[in-house]
Design a protein around this ligand. Structure first.
Ligand code: NAI
Ligand code: MG
Length: 351
């Protein structure tokens, strides 16, 4: 029996509805693969912020440090500004644990209608690798002359050789493992310092991965091609901002943002990695028990893969594919009328 200690952070809104579903699926698959999970649940959230003035306690990272992985629902809720919830919880975890790879797979499943007529089920299967700890999401900058007509804001993007190289190496390695191709998202025609630097480093790192074919595209053109011809992509690597936008776009191409998973990886495994659905807390449907749990469940499968249990992970992704292809049970975002627990129940049956 292999034991894993998992930190659960349900967070806000539908985060608290989809995480229990993921946990049920994990427990079901554990029994069959000789795994045992022990969970520690943390109530860190906007509710905690309103009660205690902080999203998580001062020693939050220390409380997480000795877990094998972190499974997170979503954070953010009306009443707490989004930059407070993001910088008070998610970003400190990503940065404090050096989770510099944000991995977001995209698949159009049989039985899910993509909004694109060009997206055939089975043909769209790619991964966005987002740089997760530097780039445009930086703390460097400031505001001046607040409230005056000459009020101004400056935010500096930070790209380091070490930070770009390590995410590029991960992306080239992933493309090699998938036997595929790497596409780099750039914008070196408009952003004339950081993006040419990014391009130079892509060229350099490509020499170390001579067997991986690669190309680069400007991010605006890439966004258009995601819509026109999503099947042509395999691994797409981008900076923090570009990767964030491209992966949400790609998740929508796949039919619902409710399906898309994400991993925040510390590839060196010095710190726990964190797994979370791409979607947010969805205040518009929170509390109604109709959230799609597949994004959280697929994230749990990515966690199993990272923990060294690929067969258990595949069991889960196969069950996701089966529930979509073989049944008409699904949540309203996918055109069905089932609730979160009924949908989860059906998936467990097929598992
Ligand atoms: P959102 O992803 O919460 O919702 C966007 C739309 O998609 C809504 O109409 C929602 O009902 C729908 N949706 C999302 N997940 C769904 C699911 N599992 N099943 C069915 N429908 C689903 O994004 P939004 O509205 O921009 O943000 C809401 C809050 O979530 C904000 O406070 C934001 O900061 C936070 N957020 C947190 C993230 C995180 O924790 N990683 C990521 C994105 C947003
Ligand atoms: Mg996003």
């Amino acid at each position: 029996m292999t034991n894993h200690r998992i930190a659960l952070i349900p967070g806000d809104g539908i985060g608290t509805e989809v995480l229990p579903a993921a946990r049920r699926v994990l427990d079901a698959v554990a029994a069959r693969h000789g795994l045992a999970f022990s969970y520690d649940e943390f109530d860190w959230s906007c509710a905690r912020y309103l009660r205690e003035g902080a999203m998580m306690p001062d020693d939050g990272l220390d409380q997480l440090r000795n877990h094998d992985a972190i499974l997170l629902g979503a954070v953010g809720y009306p009443g707490v500004p989004d930059h407070v919830s993001l910088w008070g919880l998610l970003i400190p975890i990503r940065r404090g644990f050096r989770q510099y790879v944000n991995l977001r797979p995209i698949r159009v499943f049989e039985g899910v209608a993509s909004p694109l007529r060009t997206a055939e089920p089975g043909e769209v299967d790619f991964v966005v690798v987002r740089e997760n700890v530097e780039g445009e999401y930086s703390e460097i900058g400031g505001r001046m002359n607040r409230g005056f007509p000459d009020e101004m804001a400056v935010q500096e993007a930070v790209f380091t050789r070490a930070g770009v190289n390590r995410v590029l190496d991960y992306a080239f390695g992933l493309a090699a493992r998938r036997g595929g191709r790497l596409t780099s998202a750039t914008k070196s025609n408009g952003i004339v310092h950081t993006m040419p630097f990014w391009d130079e480093l892509v060229n350099e790192r490509a020499q170390l991965h001579p067997l991986v074919p690669w190309d680069q595209e400007h991010v605006d053109a890439l966004a258009a091609k995601f819509v026109l011809d999503p099947a042509r992509y395999d691994v797409v690597v981008g900076s923090n901002l570009f990767g964030d936008i491209l992966s949400d776009l790609a998740a929508a191409v796949a039919g619902s943002i409710g399906i898309a998973p994400a991993a925040n990886l510390n590839p060196e495994r010095e710190f726990p990695s964190m797994f979370e659905p791409v979607h947010g807390s969805a205040p518009d449907i929170a509390g109604r028990g109709i959230a799609n749990p597949l994004g959280a469940i697929w994230s749990a499968a990515m966690m199993l893969d990272h923990l060294g249990h690929p067969a258990a992970a595949t069991d889960i992704t196969d069950a996701i594919a089966a529930v979509l292809a073989e049944t008409s049970v699904r949540t309203p975002d996918l055109g069905g009328s089932a609730g979160t627990s009924e949908f989860t129940e059906k998936l467990l049956e097929l598992l």
